[in-house]
Design a protein around this ligand. Sequence first.
Ligand SMILES: [Mg+2]
Length: 345
Amino acid sequence: MEHKLTDIKEIGEFGLIKRIAASTKLRNIETIKGIGDDAAVIQCNGDRIVITTDMLIEGVHFDLTYMPLIHLGYKAVAVNLSDIFAMNAIPKQITVSIGLSSKFSVEHVDEIYKGISKACELYQVDLVGGDTVASPNGLVISITAIGTVSDDQITYRNGAKANDLICVTGDLGAAYLGLKLLAREKEVFEINPNEQPQLIGYEYLIERQLKPEPRQDIVVKLKELDILPTSMIDVSDGLSSELMHICQSSAKGCRIYDDKIPIHPQSVALSDEFMIEPIIPALNGGEDYELLFTVDQKHFEKVKSMENVSIIGHITNVEGQYEIVFQDGTVLPLSAQGWNAFTEE
Ligand SMILES: [Mg+2]
């Protein structure tokens, strides 16, 4: 009988992660948290060390026709630091592994590391090692970030309680729309190289796609205000998907309100141009690298006073029910159409 192999698309990225996690055994008491959160957690005396890793591959995660190498280096660091902040931790070190095909010169590599250094300087992180290898095709960057946090300040995905406020930083959907815009202009350029790209008025969206900033400011501010979120995650795959991760890990449900979801005016304008509802990229676009967190109701006034934070709804006791309420009273179930890496959009 022929042995049937399963297409990865059938179980998806999250299914694949679950499968790997299920076959993984933790052997050391110092391993506090393995697979299943924004970062792994390791005990070190009274403190916790958090570790996360992210790989970017040319043609999958970036297109060098519109992604300058210096930005690519910067972004590769930024997306890793975002996962460290999502644990309420402060990043301290990174390692960088890079795979290079023969089309890259020393000067190209210099550009990538210029971007990496810039991010390290801004976020006060040390580059402490890595690996450089030859790649048969294109560019691969894999970064591991290490951070620290005291054991009573760490935030997991699984601590959300009923009636907790759901909060999100910045605005959502802009990075995805920036990518759509760059892709459209690339297509125009390929048909007619004399055509100038039409990016005016959408600079913010381009910046959000090419140069995301992880929310260190929010982690610092929460500490200042003496607010410890009950759960936290970074928004890399879209709000819906991340909210469902928090609810699933916490065995809870949620209710959010469409008019509370922060959307930048440029995102609204470009959505109109693409004839999509702005709420769609806000819920399902990727790469925002904002923080999504839940806090106890007692922090309402403090959170309301925070700049760049929106309260978008609350956690419910109805496990598995994820809802969005529209201004006209319509209630729809949220679906995770996030950036599942192994399914076609
Ligand atoms: Mg994450």
